[in-house]
Design a protein around this ligand. Structure first.
Ligand SMILES: [Mg+2]
Length: 265
């Protein structure tokens, strides 16, 4: 038995865990209520850089979930924090129009002819011309970063190609992989939240539907991980995987009941 009620910081995946497209999944409200009733915080950490942080927050609120701006973190925020700390402000950014505009509003020059680095986001408006322009920059040796690594994004119509499919195409064309990526399973998104509150991985839990991003984040650390079966992973896939969750829940209703002590896991 793991003592879920003593954990101070819960991190929650979005797509396939909390919502599917823009609809909340069963138990999402009950889960947030159960976490907050223990005095812990709940922070959504999403790799999905096809939406700005503002859009994610608006969508989650429209779905009926009660979240504050600092309770939603997106991979591109960790990417931009890292690049800014290295003095990189001029970007060859490959992203959709919404995320490009949001990045410009954070003080980055995204229209420059003289970029310091290339940053690939989950560009839902990717075109062959954009791919060619990025590949030309990479062949010329420009430093290369990507917000995250996910191969597929779950939707109601089934999984659709995510950034990882673009990373693979670029690697086939140029032989280059990003020198760094920032979304889960990197701890780059959760560590600043914990450090700001004087907490460690031993105070935290990650909840998600995917083994190689969400659950892998906790591997080799004292963080607990909970796999929910509402996204891309089945119990059989978990059983066969070397990446193991601390707990497996059918959905957030189960997890809410465990946290509330109404049922044991
Ligand atoms: Mg997910």
């Amino acid at each position: 038995m793991h003592d879920l009620r003593s954990r101070r910081a819960w991190f929650l995946d979005r797509d396939g865990t909390l919502t599917l497209d823009d609809r909340k999944l069963p138990g999402a409200d009950a889960f947030l209520d159960a976490v907050r009733a223990t005095g812990a915080t709940a922070t959504v950490v999403t790799n999905n850089s096809s939406k700005s942080p503002d859009r994610h927050l608006a969508n989650l609120r429209a779905a009926g979930l009660d979240l504050a701006p600092d309770e939603v973190l997106v991979s591109i925020q960790a990417a931009l924090a890292h690049l800014a700390a290295r003095g990189i402000r001029r970007l060859h950014l490959v992203a959709n129009a919404e995320v490009t505009a949001w990045t410009a509003a954070q003080g980055f020059d995204v229209g420059t002819a003289d970029p310091q680095a290339a940053l690939l986001a989950y560009d839902t408006e990717m075109t062959y011309a954009k791919m060619l322009a990025l590949i030309a920059r990479l062949r010329a040796g420009l430093p290369y970063f990507a917000t995250h690594i996910d191969m597929l994004c779950p939707t109601r119509e089934g999984p659709v190609p995510d950034i990882g499919t673009m990373l693979s195409a670029i690697e086939l064309a140029t032989g280059r992989r990003p020198e760094r990526t920032f979304g889960k399973p990197s701890a780059d998104m959760v560590r600043p939240v914990l450090e700001a509150r004087g907490l460690t991985m031993a105070d935290a839990v990650i909840v998600g539907d995917r083994l190689y991003t969400d659950i892998a984040l906790a591997q080799g650390t004292d963080m607990l991980s909970v796999l929910v079966l509402t996204g891309e992973t089945t119990r059989a896939m978990h059983d066969a995987s070397p990446v193991k969750a601390s707990l497996v829940a059918d959905d957030l209703r189960d997890l809410a009941a465990w946290i509330g002590g109404r049922r044991s896991h």
